[in-house]
Write a protein that binds this ligand. Structure first.
Ligand code: NBP
Length: 500
């Protein structure tokens, strides 16, 4: 075994683990790595001999633990769930009190709360950290969302701040240009302490929920351009490239333009045309939506994005249905370039609603779990490294700078003004899609969310009447104080009424 002890250790050398380990070593930290299948460790270490900090590949978990400086900091980047628990169980007998385990996987935040409690009771420290940005982010600068005891965070902070993505302090734009052995320095780092126990993983889950919404919304814009306007992928790519210069400037819009340009190597056809229309998922969007239902917080745009993936997955059933259900719709006969502009505005407004919902969820969760979340800081660390990075997040940051207790992003003067400016186009797109039979579930449900949220009076008065009628659930009155219940002795609907 090598003499020098490592600054940190990492278990799990799949895509994320390998890239994060190289990022850490690039920043002059010596790192020990261990993987259950040791051939992966050997291959990884032999392919990466010359990192600035140095890598040590351990053959056993015992050798791994012994190779790290105390108090030890050990990152786990294995499959979320049982694998994480198995790794923790394997490590515990070998650790010393006060050592720190950092789970960088996509853990369910309630698992993180459980793990932190359990480990704290045993005298160890635990950080549940969201790691966003996929392979590229892990390698050259992810967005990192750590949660746990502040004392544990303080120990991890120098490494987390060094390896996280960096954004320009003025513009909030990601600072690009990192390369192997040549990391980015300067700028604002995209990590901050999020809060106690599961707060970091909760915020990462919301990030992923918002990511589901963003991706589906872009797909709906693509569907409208293709099905309604008859545009080909190359033409659409140019539109997305243009959009990437304005308020929609973001990583996902940028890669969409690239994907639409791509040709299939086998057939020469546009790549998107040969890809089967069934979307996969790993569950974080579903977790976000389940949590929204559990907490009673409306997050329909995010939930619709998850349902859209489910609908895409029933491909065979849809193919059968398309043969049986064949309504006739209007063809588009409007101004094409004006409608492209309208799709842009519809996407933008829907996106604002989806982010508003994500931040509403975090607001509710902080109450539920007694966290103190800093929404400005959270939007700031989303600006670089992660999949939802976008110019738009700078505006969210500014909104929370104006009012850290903002009840809903829709109430911020900037976003209120933006939706005012764009909503006529949004409504045109939703109406045209409805008349033409094109499914744009997140555009539509976001508009319904917006119209419901801004409504002084919703039809729930009638709903309360129905509940009181069939279940004596009572109702409140507009002319009495809140909290007082009333009930009417309704006639039995099964008994014929006799007119007096
Ligand atoms: P995977 O999620 O594919 O997990 C593979 C790793 O888990 C391998 O190192 C494997 O070891 C190890 N592992 C498993 Br599976 N069961 C184990 C067990 N019982 N004991 C020990 N090790 C076990 O890797 P990934 O895609 O790199 O993701 C790692 C984590 O990061 C996940 O939680 C993921 O959700 C999260 N994440 C991924 C991304 C992404 O873009 N991929 C982005 C953000 C977060 P083996 O080699 O011996 O099988």
């Amino acid at each position: 075994m090598s003499e020098a002890k490592s600054d940190i250790g990492l278990v799990g050398l799949a895509v994320m683990g390998q890239n994060l380990a190289l990022n850490i070593a690039d920043h002059d930290f010596r790192i020990s790595v261990y993987n259950r299948t040791t051939s992966k460790t050997d291959a990884f270490v032999s392919e990466n001999q010359d990192t600035p900090g140095g890598l040590f590949g351990a053959q056993s978990i015992e050798e791994f633990v012994q190779s790290i400086k105390r108090p030890r900091k050990i990152i786990i980047l294995v499959q979320a769930g049982r694998a994480t628990d198995a790794v923790i169980e394997g490590l515990l007998p070998l650790l010393d009190l006060d050592d720190i385990i950092i789970d960088g996987g996509n853990a369910l935040w309630t698992d993180t709360i459980r793990r932190e409690k359990d480990l704290n009771e045993k005298g160890f420290r635990f950080v549940g950290s969201g790691v966003s940005g996929g392979e590229e982010g892990a390698r050259f600068g992810p967005s990192l969302m750590p949660g746990g005891k502040e004392s544990a965070w303080e120990e991890l902070k120098p490494i987390w701040e060094a390896i996280a993505a960096k954004v320009d302090a003025e513009t909030g734009k990601p600072i690009e240009g990192a390369a192997p052995g040549r990391p980015v320095t300067g700028g604002v780092t995209c990590t901050t302490y999020i809060g106690e126990n599961g707060a970091g993983h909760y915020v990462k889950m919301i990030h992923n929920g918002i990511e589901y919404g963003d991706m589906q919304m872009i797909c709906e814009a693509y569907a409208l351009m293709g099905k309604l306007l008859g545009m080909d992928p190359k033409e659409m790519s140019t539109v997305f490239s243009d959009w990437n210069q304005g308020v929609l400037d973001s990583f996902l819009i940028e890669i969409t333009a690239d994907i639409l340009q791509q040709r299939d190597p086998a057939t020469g056809q546009p790549f998107v045309d040969v890809v089967l229309d069934t979307a996969g998922q790993k569950g974080t969007g579903k977790w976000t939506s389940v949590n929204a239902l559990d907490m009673g917080i409306p997050a329909p745009s995010i939930a619709e994005a998850v349902f859209a993936r489910f609908l895409s997955a029933i491909k065979e059933e849809r193919v059968e249905a398309s043969k049986i259900i064949q309504p006739v719709f209007d063809a588009f006969d409007g101004d094409k370039s004006a409608f492209i502009e309208a799709i842009h505005d519809a996407l933008y407004c829907s996106k604002i609603c989806s982010y508003a919902q994500g931040f509403q969820l975090m607001r509710a969760a902080q109450k539920e779990y007694e966290w103190k979340l800093d929404f400005g800081a959270i939007s700031m660390i989303f600006r670089g490294g992660c999949i939802i990075r976008a110019a738009f997040l700078q505006k969210i940051y500014e909104a929370y700078q104006r009012d850290s207790n903002l009840a809903n992003l829709l109430l911020d003067p900037y976003f209120n003004g933006e939706i005012d400016r764009c909503q006529s186009n949004w409504r045109k797109v939703v109406a045209a899609a409805a008349q033409s039979g094109i499914a744009i579930p997140t555009f539509m449900s976001s508009l319904a969310y917006y119209d419901s949220y801004r409504s002084e009076r919703l039809p729930a008065n009638l709903l309360q009447g129905q509940r009181d009628y069939f279940g004596a659930h009572t109702y409140e009155r507009v002319d009495q104080e809140r909290g007082k219940s009333f009930h009417i002795d309704w006639p039995d609907p099964n008994r014929p009424q006799i007119d007096a």
